[in-house]
Design a protein around this ligand. Structure first.
Ligand SMILES: [Zn+2]
Ligand SMILES: [Zn+2]
Length: 210
């Protein structure tokens, strides 16, 4: 018994402690680079947005040059079609720059939640619902509370879930604690960083070798 079991010290407190432990785990195990995170965004979404951008540009330009929308006058420079087209293209691009990052971010949240074993439909919906009133609040909440990614067992390399206490393949203790002060330590610590206990004999041997 080392206090890892949820529900030992009152519902809310233990749920909070478990949450904080998962956030610490995420910081410790995930050194994600921005470039790798971009790959999470679904490819079809990027292609669709790019296609829409091109289509909107062409349609806007065609309507403007034909003069249908404006009584035969091109907009905004009435007697210069080239300058008008350039200005219109600039305006459309500006709109795209404002809107596209949010759509891509939604695509990221949807995929990222799925690979973390979270309810991706619910989180995408939360981000969409909060967007009109609170802009990025949904995304901020998501990035604060998201689960850690599954990671490789330090002993056998099998993929283990962030909530696992022991590896289901090799029984390795995934959250070893100091046998003296019971605080959580890292697998390859030689001495406990809190009380100085010599860990060489106790940690990484499976903790179940009786
Ligand atoms: Zn293992
Ligand atoms: Zn200790």
């Amino acid at each position: 018994m080392n206090g890892k079991e949820p529900g030992t010290s009152g519902g809310i407190t233990s749920a909070w402690n478990e949450r904080m432990r998962l956030i610490r785990l995420r910081r410790k195990k995930e050194r994600s680079r921005f470039r790798d995170e971009l790959k999470v965004i679904p490819r079809w979404l990027v292609i669709t947005l790019a296609a829409k951008f091109v289509i909107v540009q062409i349609v806007a330009m065609a309507i403007n040059l034909s003069g249908v929308a404006n009584n035969g006058v091109v907009w905004p420079v009435s007697n210069n079609a080239w300058l008008s087209s350039l200005a219109l293209a600039g305006i459309v691009t500006l709109f795209a720059l404002f809107i596209f990052p949010w759509i891509l971010l939604l695509g990221y949240v949807n995929r990222d939640a799925k690979r973390r074993g979270m309810n991706s439909a619910l989180w995408t919906l939360v981000c969409i619902i909060l967007m009109p009133a609170y802009v990025a609040l949904g995304f901020i909440i998501y990035f604060l509370v998201r689960e850690p990614l599954p990671y490789a067992c330090p002993k056998c390399g099998a993929t283990v879930g962030p909530r696992f206490n022991f590896c289901p393949t090799c029984r390795c203790d995934l959250h070893p604690s100091c046998p003296n002060c019971r605080r959580e330590i890292v697998e390859n610590d030689k001495f406990c960083p809190f009380c100085g206990q010599d860990l060489a004999a106790t940690v990484n041997t499976g903790a179940f070798t009786t």
